[in-house]
Write a protein that binds this ligand. Structure first.
Ligand SMILES: NC(=O)c1ccc[n+]([C@@H]2O[C@H](COP(=O)([O-])OP(=O)(O)OC[C@H]3O[C@@H](n4cnc5c(N)ncnc54)[C@H](O)[C@@H]3O)[C@@H](O)[C@H]2O)c1
Length: 259
């Protein structure tokens, strides 16, 4: 048993909401201590009293925040086994006229911050004989979409960062994988639910429903766990079948029900 009574410890970025929050909750259920990083600590009211969760405020595009979240994990739990680099932002607009600052912001968080997070995790994971890094990419990284080029571009880039890192870190026994969620209910997508956009997206999903954050968290925690010991460098879609299609036709239409 390590410091603070946990056997394994993890970091989750973007941990206050949506997929990050569900991942923190599932990791705690599986016995992990978790440092959960988000822009503020205001949205961590859901963390149960006494849970082995350290809410931390920080912008992960800042290299110092990446060092600080690792230091917080080492200080509170004495080790770092898993890093879930999940914080991300959308970006969209006209290719002709959109302010290029939108692309820069997407790059800073969706790609560069992930590189910083991987870099910060290497030494502490090495010190415990290995570890697992899981990056939240997107089905948006697997192909293009109308008007979403900053998001599509940066989510595609992070997939190749994951592949490259998995090769570089394989002999350190640090596995690096990505998940590619399709449309999932979260803080990022709430505004689409119940709208024509949301319904249009639903109709394109073979399972004919939006995903829930806990369904993505389950895939993240699987990739993070020793059960995935021979899996590295993959991009796992968690998307109700979206990436199975070639986009030439709508899937059979109906009401998808979570089973
Ligand atoms: N929801 C979806 O449909 C969907 C689909 C594919 C991929 N994703 C990806 O899932 C990840 C999580 O998003 P979500 O859907 O749970 O959204 P969300 O908005 O509910 O959660 C994202 C969290 O990240 C935090 N965050 C944003 N910028 C940050 C920064 N610079 N530093 C630290 N924290 C920051 C936000 O405050 C928020 O709490 C993102 O990488 C997103 O691109 C989401």
């Amino acid at each position: 048993m390590g410091a603070a009574g946990v056997q394994r410890a993890a970091i989750v970025t973007g941990g206050a909401s949506g997929i990050g929050r569900s991942t923190v909750e599932l990791l705690v259920e599986r016995g992990y201590g978790v440092v959960a990083v988000d822009l503020t600590t205001d949205n961590f009211g859901w963390v149960p009293e006494g849970a082995p969760v350290v809410p931390m405020a920080g912008d992960v595009t800042d290299e110092g925040v990446n060092s600080a979240m690792v230091a917080a994990c080492m200080e509170r739990f004495g080790r770092l086994d898993v890093s879930v680099l999940n914080a991300g932002i959308p970006g969209s607009g006209s290719l002709e006229t959109l302010d290029m600052a939108v692309l820069d912001r997407c790059y800073q968080l969706n790609v560069r911050a992930v590189a910083l997070g991987i870099r910060a995790a290497i030494a502490p994971m090495r010190s415990v004989g290995g570890g697992s890094i899981v990056v939240t990419a997107s089905t948006a990284g697997l192909g293009g979409e109308k008007g979403r080029w900053p998001y599509n571009t940066t989510k595609a880039a992070v997939l190749n960062l994951v592949r490259s890192a998995s090769i570089d870190l394989a002999l350190d026994r640090i596995r690096v994988n990505a998940i590619c969620p399709g449309p999932v209910r979260s803080g990022m997508t709430d505004k689409h639910l119940g709208t024509d956009v949301g319904e249009g997206l639903r109709r394109m999903i073979p399972m004919q429903r939006w995903g829930d954050p806990d369904e993505v968290a389950a895939a993240i925690v699987f990739l993070a766990s020793p059960e995935a010991s021979f899996i590295t460098g993959v991009a796992l879609p968690v998307d109700g079948g979206v990436s199975a299609g070639n986009g030439h036709s709508l899937p059979p239409q109906g009401e998808g029900v979570r089973g």
